[in-house]
Design a protein around this ligand. Structure first.
Ligand SMILES: *Cc1c(COP(=O)(O)O)cnc(C)c1O
Length: 396
């Protein structure tokens, strides 16, 4: 069916827009009829290097000719190289590889529990935030601060203690009353929650509380990581260092791969047999991710994302200046949110009609996560098409 609610052989987990893409290059996608779309979503922050990037394409082809998969029963030099490359850009010390964001967070949650049991805490709990998103597995949906993600899947996994986002006092209070806390799991900028940027000093404040109490600071950088916000990782806008970081989405530019990175004592909590993944860090995925990291570095795409983000945000602010229906334009690097005064999910379809791919999250926040390889002209084109789409939406 055209509305995508009943597509026969697939379970109805997604409400899909009525379009299928056949080809992609850079920031552009072509549908089956040859119509061209400008992609300001990049597969939800996955294709940071755009579609069919030559370096990633070459890496995948070369590796597929050579060796796709072995097993974590054997040494995997490409996985070791990737661990080293990720530690170099993050300042972390060790990596565990998996295949998705949820799995990376599962690893982090398991590390927190091991950390708690080492400290003789029987029922360790993790502080998580209202409005957060951490994935769809049972543990990660339990950690997620959105009832719609949890509804119907009870009983939830226990051991999460929820507080408001961007509120250090609440975290401090939980610490004073609950001696079972062992870690804080938090997004440096909330993505699904509506591009919520906390106050400067929030992450440093969390770091301070974690140090005081012996908790692990675990940052979910699945959406914010890999140069998107103008730094390799969003926490690097401040002066701190987390104990655990989770990465996925743009790590493989579309090849499924996730990673849980750790530093200090947290890096030595897993032992042989305590965790694992069949596919995790296989030669194909590791090779693709190495190509992604090399390209991000070579082209200094962290700096480029910052410049492009400033440009897009400035032009959007100007373009929406006289529109009282647009409540706020904000972002960091190429993670941009535009709040409207009303629910606006239908804007995704309206924008599609104008050849622009965007997302709406948290009901009324337009979310832009374009690829970092945009030209200035493409960045301006995103703004133009969005202004037209919003004008259309507000007319209806
Ligand atoms: C997308 C996302 C996840 C889940 O990643 P999957 O690969 O879909 O499992 C977790 N946390 C954040 C912040 C995300 O944006």
């Amino acid at each position: 069916m055209a509305d995508g609610t009943d597509i026969g052989y697939l379970m109805g987990t997604y409400s899909r827009l009525p379009v299928a893409f056949a080809r992609g290059e850079g920031a552009w996608l072509w549908d089956e009829r040859g119509t061209r779309y400008l992609d300001a979503l990049a597969g939800v922050a996955v294709c940071g290097l755009g579609h069919s990037h030559p370096a990633v394409r070459q890496a995948i082809c070369d590796q597929a000719e050579c060796l796709i998969h072995t097993s974590n029963w054997y040494q995997i030099p490409l996985q070791e190289q990737l661990g080293q490359a990720l530690c170099a850009v993050s300042g972390m010390e060790r990596a565990f590889f998996c295949n998705s964001g949820a799995e990376a967070n599962e690893a982090a949650i398991k590390l927190a529990r091991l950390h708690g049991h080492e400290r003789k805490i029987q029922n360790p709990s993790i502080i998580v935030m209202e409005g957060s998103f951490h994935g769809r597995t049972l543990a990660t949906l339990s950690a997620t601060g959105n009832r719609r993600v949890q509804a119907g899947f009870e009983p939830l996994v226990s051991g999460f203690n929820r507080v408001p986002y961007n509120d250090l006092d609440s975290v401090r209070q939980v610490g004073e009353h609950d001696n079972k806390v062992v870690a804080v799991l938090v997004e440096p900028i909330q993505g699904e929650g509506g591009i919520v940027i906390p106050d400067t000093g929030y992450l440093e404040g969390l770091r301070h509380l974690c140090d005081e109490r012996g908790w692990l600071l675990m940052l979910d950088e699945i959406q914010t990581g890999m140069c998107r916000t103008g730094k390799w990782f969003a926490w690097q806008h401040e002066h701190l260092s987390p104990d655990i970081v989770t990465v996925a989405k743009s790590l493989g530019n579309g090849v499924p791969i996730g990673a849980c990175l750790a530093r200090g004592a947290a890096a030595s909590l897993f032992h042989a047999g305590s965790h694992g993944s069949t596919f995790g860090g296989n030669p194909l995925a590791a090779r693709a991710a190495l190509a992604v990291i090399a390209t991000l570095k070579q082209q200094k795409l962290d700096q480029r994302a910052a410049i492009l983000g400033d440009r897009i945000i400035a032009r959007l602010k100007e373009g929406f200046q006289s529109r009282t229906e647009v409540r706020s334009v904000r972002g960091r690097g190429l993670m941009i949110g535009i709040d409207l005064d009303r629910p606006c999910r239908v804007l995704m379809e309206i924008a599609l009609g104008h050849g622009l791919l965007i997302n709406v999250t948290a009901e009324r926040t337009v979310r832009l996560l374009p690829p970092l390889i945009l030209t200035n002209k493409e960045a301006d084109e995103i703004v133009e098409r969005l202004l037209v789409s919003v004008a259309d939406f507000l007319k209806t």
